[in-house]
Write a protein that binds this ligand. Structure first.
Ligand code: 13P
Length: 341
């Protein structure tokens, strides 16, 4: 049985990263299927996950996959084996059989923060211990994710209140997950939406991390058994500016080195609305600079959109396109993994 730091280290093993395939039913329907003209519903969610997770060879690039609860009880398509000699495998088992750690998103989405309704707080602490025991016991998940979303608007947002309230929930979540024998991945996502500068994004990442680690230190979390999932420092999507990979690296590595303790097991990046090529080039520059600066923690990717987007466009929801979509998915994985090598 792996202990917390073994799991955390395996997740950030050299040359590998994590696929975020943990969209809720609503996000999967609206943003991954309907947005590409693909039919929606539970069976299409299953086919969508099968297209990605049953791709032969992904274990060369993936240490883990973050799943959503619906996917835990769904199984792969055993295409090409009409005799059904081999039963379809539940997705967590399919991943584990290939040495990929199954993880689970355990937050229950966002709601307005009552004191500042333009900002959000993440739901999901109610009944969390029971759900954790169920996921860990029945589906053998090894790690979990909790996402907080931090909005930037000029110097007005985020408010201190939003940072503190989200940090408290992230820290409570982390302690519960560690008690349940799994590794928490804490994601205070600083959103790309807005006209802010890259420096403002850096400053907000720094504030969010400072508040988070102050809160974690007051609680019970063992930092060697947590993973931090972060945004890169980027100019907002309405700023009219595209940052160079070197600029992104300077402010991202700078922000993290100033705020994230060395004991943390690893840091992973979300793609956050960057194109697949941007997310790949920025990660390569971040990895290079982090090595030059002797950053104390391993760094890797935990991308959703930047890994999935091209494959979804080729797949179009059609069974006959699955081999071509898997080829494109594998090619992107190869490029992203090359960026951290
Ligand atoms: P993106 O890479 O699409 O931002 O998704 C990562 C994630 O897990 C967001 O919570």
């Amino acid at each position: 049985m792996m202990n917390l730091s073994d799991i955390a280290r395996a997740l950030v093993a050299p040359g590998k990263g994590i696929l975020a395939a943990d969209e809720s039913e609503k996000t999967a329907d609206e943003k991954r299927l309907a947005a590409f003209g693909i039919a929606t519903g539970p069976e299409m969610h299953r086919k969508f996950r099968d297209m990605l997770l049953a791709t032969p060879g992904i274990e060369a690039y993936l240490s883990g996959v973050i799943l959503y609860k619906e996917t835990l009880s769904q199984s792969d398509t055993k295409d090409g084996i009409p005799s059904k000699e081999i039963d379809a495998l539940p997705f967590p088992e399919l991943l584990a059989a290939r040495g990929i750690l199954p993880g689970i998103k355990v937050d229950e989405g966002l709601e307005p923060l009552s004191e500042s309704p333009e900002e959000s707080i993440t739901k999901g602490l109610l009944g969390l211990p029971e759900r954790l025991n169920e996921y860990h016991g029945e589906s053998k998940t090894c790690f979990t994710k909790w996402r907080a979303a931090i909005t930037i608007e000029g110097d007005r947002l985020p408010t201190a209140r939003a940072l503190v309230e989200n940090a408290k929930r992230l820290a409570t979540y982390a302690c519960e997950v560690q008690k349940a024998g799994m590794v928490p991945m804490l994601e205070p996502e600083v959103l790309l939406d807005g006209a802010h500068s890259r420096l403002r994004s850096r400053a907000v990442i720094e504030s969010a991390m400072r508040v988070l680690f102050d809160t974690l230190n007051e609680q019970c979390a063992d930092l060697s058994g947590i993973i931090i999932k972060t945004s890169m420092a980027l100019s907002g999507d309405k700023s009219g500016r595209t940052d160079t990979p070197e600029e992104v690296a300077e402010d991202t590595v700078g922000a993290l080195m100033d705020t994230v303790p060395a004991e943390v097991a690893g840091i992973v990046f979300l793609s956050g609305g960057q194109t697949p090529d941007q997310a790949t080039a920025n990660l390569a520059a971040i990895t290079k600079l982090a090595r030059e600066r002797n950053a104390p923690w391993p760094l890797t990717f935990s991308y959703g959109r930047a890994l999935q987007e091209e494959a979804i466009m080729v797949w179009k929801g059609e069974d006959e396109n699955v081999p071509a979509a898997r080829k494109v998915f594998l090619e992107r994985l190869e490029k992203v993994a090359a960026a951290i090598r």
